[in-house]
Design a protein around this ligand. Structure first.
Ligand code: BG6
Length: 472
């Protein structure tokens, strides 16, 4: 695939500005990614941290070191020293034009900075406007963290403001799932093989399930989570991106622009959700988390039934489910095929659990499995389900943030989301953001509220990912 998003000739960014450099995201993800880039020798521009607190450069360097240590071990002193030597710091209020003036001074001769907004969404607008007013947006790029808006109206408004300051090909909307190898492999696997296409449609596919399960809670992010909930946090973005890669038509030409076009069409074809398409849950104990309201109704679990009203997928139900404090941490797709037309053997599908399926394990490891029935030795015509199993273990791959940051700095928008796609995805969830039942409570360590089982009952049951290598 070529990075052909239609953008003007790409110039590499000559500085990286990280707004929110003292925040959680910078600590957990960005410093380790910068360190990995330094180790690969691909980070050679000033990195200017911006945040509200008054911090000395020495304090910022210490934070960077701590973050890298926490993420793994420091195994390349030279790379670490190199990264620390690139750091600069600007402290100040994002509402104060003086902050942007100071940033301008600090950027010096840099002409094409990449501004990374690793800050709460409520601050995006101020920072984008501040950059524009200070003349820091011309020939620059902006990298915006998710969530991009909190509903259709706010996403549109944010796009409007971003586009009043930056051109679309200079706006990089992050969805870190797009930087994951296992997810890029969905695109590759679908279109690099010829055996899949004839069966990849409503005639052969009975249903599709996508599960993104986490066995931990909100981990101190209660305040953020209260403003998001599972639907906004991972479904409208990460899970929809997975669904779009599974559902899209073949790209019309060899280039990522074509992939973006096809993905946007999938979101446009998704039927807007209604309240009886969703089951919301909340794990017991969530209301005791720091930053969470006592009577909170925010969902930490969400299951959806979704339809894609396209020629290919008409009538095929898509079930998406995600939750915190579930039985395991794993992400998996299960594409269940229809049974053979005649039931020649007693144990043929449609008996539950006997249908052929294709399974994409996305995390913690990456794998693709194809389940088929094989006769058991003996007089009877009975068999067992076996998986042809492809385990993808490729150590040393770039982490999503490492990949996405270097792509954005190089001006390659292939793995970022486009304005029309983001808005179309919001349009699908918009009707249920406010109109829904109260969250059912569920016990940590299971698979969410039992009402989620009823949601899927007409089409079978949920497939719960298990972590043993070759099991179903
Ligand atoms: C983030 C969400 O975008 O994705 C988190 O805010 C979630 O709540 C995380 O845990 C999941 O990402 P990953 O890469 O750990 O699967």
């Amino acid at each position: 695939m070529n990075p052909d998003m239609g953008h003007s000739p790409t110039t590499s960014s000559d500085a990286l500005v990280v707004f929110g450099v003292t925040g959680d995201l910078a600590h957990k993800m960005i410093f380790p990614a910068l360190y990995a880039m330094a180790k690969r020798g691909v980070l050679n521009v000033p990195v200017v941290g911006v945040a509200g607190s008054k911090l000395s450069l020495a304090q910022l360097r210490k934070r960077a070191k701590d973050s890298i240590k926490q993420a793994g071990k420091i195994d390349d002193r030279d790379a670490l020293e190199h990264l620390l030597s690139l750091l600069r710091y600007v402290g100040g209020d994002y509402n104060d034009p003086g902050t942007f003036e100071e940033l301008k001074q600090t950027l010096g001769d840099a002409k094409h900075p990449a501004h990374y907004l690793a800050i709460p969404p409520a601050l995006f607008t101020n920072v984008i406007k501040g950059l524009g007013a200070a003349g820091l947006a011309d020939q620059a790029r902006v990298i915006v963290e998710k969530p991009f808006g909190r509903d259709l109206a706010s996403a549109r408004e944010l796009n409007r403001i971003a586009l009043s300051v930056f051109k679309e090909d200079s706006i990089f909307r992050i969805d870190h799932y797009l930087g994951k190898e296992a997810i890029m492999n969905i695109l590759y696997f679908r279109f690099a093989n010829s055996f899949l296409e004839p069966i990849w449609n409503r005639d052969h596919v009975a249903s599709v399930q996508i599960t993104l399960a986490e066995d931990f809670g909100v981990k101190g992010r209660g305040k953020f989570y209260e403003s998001a909930g599972c639907l906004r946090d991972v479904i409208q973005n990460h899970m929809f991106q997975i669904a779009a890669l599974l559902a899209m038509e073949p790209p019309a030409y060899q280039g990522y622009g074509a992939v973006h076009n096809e993905k946007a069409k999938v979101f446009q074809a998704m039927r807007p959700l209604q309240s009886d398409d969703v089951v919301r849950g909340q794990y017991t104990g969530y209301r005791k988390e720091l930053g969470v309201a006592k009577g909170s109704d925010v969902e930490t679990f969400c299951a959806l039934r979704l339809f894609i009203d396209s020629w290919r997928w008409q009538g095929v139900p898509w079930y998406l489910r995600s939750g915190k404090c579930l039985a395991t941490s794993a992400a998996e797709v299960l594409v269940e095929l229809k049974p053979p037309p005649q039931r020649l053997f007693d144990d043929s599908a449609p008996t539950e659990g006997h249908a052929n399926y294709l399974r994409f394990r996305l995390s913690p490891n990456s794998a693709v499995a194809l389940a088929a029935r094989v006769k058991r030795a003996g007089k009877e015509f009975v068999g067992d389900q076996h998986e042809l199993y492809l385990l993808e273990e490729q150590p040393g791959v770039e982490t999503p943030y490492e990949r996405l940051l270097s792509d954005a700095m190089a001006g390659d928008g292939a793995l970022f989301t486009r304005e029309d796609a983001v808005e179309a995805a919001w349009a699908v969830v918009d009707p249920i953001l406010e109109t829904h039942h109260r969250a059912y409570s569920y016990k940590p360590g299971g698979w969410g509220p039992k009402q989620a089982d009823a949601l899927i009952a007409a089409d079978g049951s949920w497939h719960n990912p298990v972590l043993a290598k070759t099991s179903k």
